[in-house]
Ligand binder design. Structure first.
Ligand code: ADP
Ligand code: MG
Length: 230
């Protein structure tokens, strides 16, 4: 594969090459033909990659998946026995889409496994996938909670936790499930290494309360003009 390393004075600030990403991630971006960051990615990636707890308000289609995908994959040790990333999404469809996008980004990271835990599917195959080793787990709140309850999902090595479409999860009535998962995370994984990222199109008080309670000195980034990805 040919790797294009062109970078001009005009696009260098908005180019992914300014972020110091690993080679496998840069190669994956190249294969996807993503060269320029969206405005949302420019606004949050420096903080997100530095390991900060960030809450991002940006509209749909602004490239949020890639923002947290790059962050969590930058921190993965593929040899680790337990999941290091946990992403919670409101619906089965969104969880599957996020899992797919992360798999594409992780294409050059050998042996990295992304497992989706969504409702409406039998538990058995999900339990087997977890047992065979999952680096990244993407799921819906109820099903993630079910696996925690059955002790088939360990959160003790989670170093990146993502609440995707947080406002929609609340609208769908998942507040209790979200809080149960976050409470369990705060009890089992190490606060010193855990990064919590929240993405939402809107910022009602309920989101502010989750941010205050579960994020460390959250930096809130609002992208008013959340330009869509090309
Ligand atoms: P959001 O979660 O903000 O609604 P997505 O993460 O689903 O948006 O991204 C929307 C689309 O834009 C996806 O098809 C994604 O692959 C694409 N995309 C994301 N970032 C870029 C980029 N920097 N360049 C080109 N396309 C991108
Ligand atoms: Mg999204």
């Amino acid at each position: 594969m040919e790797i294009s390393m062109t970078s001009t004075a005009t696009d260098s600030a908005t180019s992914f090459s300014s972020l110091g990403l690993s080679e496998p991630l840069m190669e994956a971006l190249d294969a996807l033909e993503f060269t320029q960051m969206t405005q949302t990615q420019q606004a949050c990636l420096p903080d997100v990659l530095a390991g900060a707890d960030v809450a991002v308000q940006a509209k749909t289609g602004s490239g949020k998946t890639l923002a947290f995908g790059l962050a969590l994959l930058s921190k993965i040790d593929v040899e680790a026995k337990n999941p290091q990333s946990l992403i919670m999404c409101p619906t089965r469809e969104l969880a599957e889409q996020v899992a797919e996008q992360i798999r594409l980004l992780a294409k050059r990271m050998s042996n990295l496994k992304v497992v989706s835990l969504v409702g409406g599917m039998p538990m058995g195959p999900q339990i087997i996938s977890l047992r065979y080793g999952a680096n990244v787990v993407v799921g819906t709140p109820g099903r993630i909670m079910d696996h925690i309850g059955k002790r088939t999902l360990s959160l003790k090595k989670v170093n990146c936790f993502v609440l995707d479409e947080a406002d929609r999860m609340l609208d769908m009535g998942f507040e209790d499930e979200m809080r149960v998962v976050m409470h369990h995370l705060s009890r089992t994984s190490s606060a010193a290494t855990r990064q919590t990222l929240l993405f939402s199109a809107t910022f009602p008080d309920q989101i502010k309360s989750i941010t205050d309670q579960y994020q460390r000195d959250a930096k809130i980034i609002k992208v008013d003009d959340g330009q869509s990805a090309p």
